[in-house]
Design a protein around this ligand. Structure first.
Ligand code: F6R
Length: 606
């Protein structure tokens, strides 16, 4: 949420900053700006809108080899030029970009105003620029430390000071920040996506750390000015993985990557000899795995819904109680942390603040938490006590698709591993392992139905409101289907347990309200078909997502048929057509699919 870039080196900073911001635009895209030191004088360009608007507004010549930039997702104040970053001190000599939220900004704004400072924006960030500038310390590092002592909240910041033109000082607390090491040049970013074209050597800052960044390198230290030694890591990501290829949207590309990425994820992790999954990254011995009496999954949004799929897989296969909870609520209800519960944090970005804080709350109370995370080296991945990398590759579209499929597959592997150290038989373990092996081809088979799904999607998109219904294993599928639909089509879509419909919401069914019903071929089939008939009897238009061999009788319904897998794994495949449904509905409505309104990928604020 919000993207930060910085550059100190021998090339012109401005084009590099703008290019870096365009790679980070999925983190926020309501306004953008850069500041560059030109012959020691700060020059600032800010615009409302996309990075392409900033690019158009850039002067032809903007020399200078030191600069910072930002793409914003508004927290304090609307998307206006005055609220866009970088923010400046009154004399314009200190410039600052910030990602995160300062909790005591209102009090600090009041104090600054009482001291006669004229505030130029509605933002929390601006106070930091004034505090840095007003510090009496002589070094920029000292000024930044002084300022940070006065604020509470989360931040990643990059600070320029015309009085110290050879450097950018950065700091991190709760929002990601990474340094990229080049030849006599250094890059700064909130996400490696902005660095990967320039370097593969990176250093992640930890919370509470600051760094001085100059053309010749970096120096990391704490707020007590104690040096911190850092060893650069080599990025596994390649620049090509971030290209859109021949696709119209990243979301389209990412949906179509799924067969290959899932195949890659499974490689080396399915163990036919013992009919189990090998998840060495969990760093849990079989004896420890067996000792857990409960599993609690924590994630946000779609990750939370996939967590519900995971909980049901774990209950089915390992027969231990499991549930999934919204991480955004968890730590505020003073949760009871049990020593024999395995906590699992699930996240694509590994930077979602709500999930990260849930991890810390569990650890603070002595619980054991492992991660199911996609982004290697992300905060959640680093802070968990072990985990499983999802290996979905970079996901750029705001609406998550392939990472969620990988989460579901990850949970299936975890469930079989937990089951096989308990009472899941060899035969049942092998049944699930064989089922998992089929997933890549079966996902490909669903994707081949894209044209037919696109036709249905156009019709469904015409309705202002929709139901998505499913029961038991199908309910999280319907929740995720509704979520995807809402995010990019801006249509109201409500997920409901099929079984609960008759307890109230059936009153809403009419010719104007279509229902997408998840009807798997499992032991609830007849009940699900019965509910579909009840909807049809009330003239509700129906789209049934089902398996081959299902006889819907006389039901008047559009149909999407997905390949059948093992009952416990069906949710993985039933979700795939709902991605295509949402995508084509949004496409037919002419929406900006990769950058839906009001949203941003990687929600690094609470
Ligand atoms: C849905 C979506 C969000 C994320 C949620 C968690 O398409 O993208 O609901 O799933 O914000 O994000 P991560 O997985 O990065 O923690």
């Amino acid at each position: 949420m919000c993207g930060i870039v910085g550059y100190v080196g021998r090339q012109h900073a401005a084009p590099l900053l703008v290019e870096g911001l365009s790679r980070l635009e999925y983190r926020g895209y309501d306004s953008a700006g850069v500041a560059v030191l030109t012959s020691g004088k700060p020059r600032v360009v800010r615009t409302v809108g996309r990075v392409r608007d900033l690019e158009a507004a850039m002067p032809k010549r903007l020399a200078g080899t030191v600069g910072i930039g930002h793409t914003r997702w508004a927290t304090h104040g609307p998307a206006t030029e005055a609220n866009a970053h970088p923010h400046a001190s009154e004399d314009g000599r200190v410039l600052l970009v910030h990602n995160g939220i300062l909790d005591n900004a209102a009090a600090l704004r009041e104090r600054l105003a009482a001291d006669g400072v004229t505030l130029a924006s509605d933002t929390d960030t601006e106070v930091l620029a004034h505090l840095v500038s007003r510090s009496e310390a002589t070094s920029l590092e000292g000024k930044v430390i002084d300022a940070l002592r006065q604020v509470t909240g989360t931040y990643a910041i990059a600070v320029l000071d015309a009085d110290h033109p050879d450097r950018v000082v950065v700091a991190r607390n709760g929002s990601p920040l990474v340094l990229g090491l080049g030849e006599r040049e250094m890059f700064i970013a909130s996400d490696v996506a902005a660095l990967v074209r320039h370097t593969s050597q990176v250093v992640h800052l930890e919370d509470g750390e600051l760094a001085t960044v100059t053309a010749s390198g970096f120096h990391t230290f704490t707020a007590d000015a104690a040096s911190v030694a850092k060893t650069p890591e080599t990025l596994e990501l390649s620049a090509e993985e971030l290209e859109i290829g021949g696709h119209q949207h990243f979301m389209h590309k990412e949906m179509h990557e799924q067969p290959e990425t899932v195949r890659r994820m499974l490689t080396g992790r399915l163990d036919d000899r013992f009919a189990t999954a090998r998840l060495d990254g969990l760093q849990l011995e079989p004896r420890e795995l067996r000792a857990f009496r409960r599993v609690k999954i924590l994630g946000c949004g779609s990750a939370y819904y996939v967590g519900q799929m995971g909980a049901s897989m774990i209950e089915d296969l390992a027969r231990i109680p499991a549930d999934s909870e919204a991480a955004s609520e968890f730590r505020y209800r003073n949760p009871i942390i049990e020593p024999d519960t395995l906590y699992v944090a699930v996240s694509q970005s590994g930077e979602t603040a709500d999930t990260l804080f849930a991890v810390r709350e569990i650890q603070r109370k002595g619980g054991r938490v492992v991660g199911l995370v996609n982004v290697v080296g992300s905060s959640i991945a680093r802070e968990c006590d072990g985990g499983v990398y999802l290996h979905a590759g970079p996901e750029v579209a705001v609406a998550s698709t392939k990472a969620l499929t990988h989460m579901a597959v990850g949970f299936a592997m975890l469930a079989v591993a937990l089951g096989r150290v308990r009472d899941l038989s060899f035969a049942d373990g092998q049944r699930i392992i064989n089922g998992l092996k089929q997933i890549p081809d079966q996902v490909a088979a669903v994707l081949e139905q894209e044209d037919a799904i696109a036709e249905v999607a156009k019709k469904v998109a015409a309705a202002p409101s929709l139901f998505f219904i499913g029961r038991v294993r199908g309910f999280p599928v319907s929740r995720e289907g509704a979520q995807k639909f809402k995010e990019i089509s801006y249509r109201h879509a409500e997920a409901y347990q099929t079984s609960e419909l008759k307890h109230g919401p059936l009153a809403l069914i009419s010719e104007e309200l279509p229902t997408v019903a998840i009807v798997p071929r499992d032991d609830l089939l007849q009940r699900n078909i019965g509910a579909a008939h009840e909807i049809a009897a009330r003239r509700g238009p129906l789209l049934v997502v089902t398996h081959d061999g299902v006889d819907l009788g006389e039901l008047d319904a559009a149909r999407i048929v997905v390949p059948k897998n093992e009952d416990e794994l069906d949710a993985i495949l039933l979700t795939i057509p709902l991605q295509l449904l949402a995508y084509h509905a949004a496409l037919s409505l002419g929406h900006d699919i990769d950058r839906p309104r009001n949203l941003a990928k990687s929600v690094t604020v609470e």
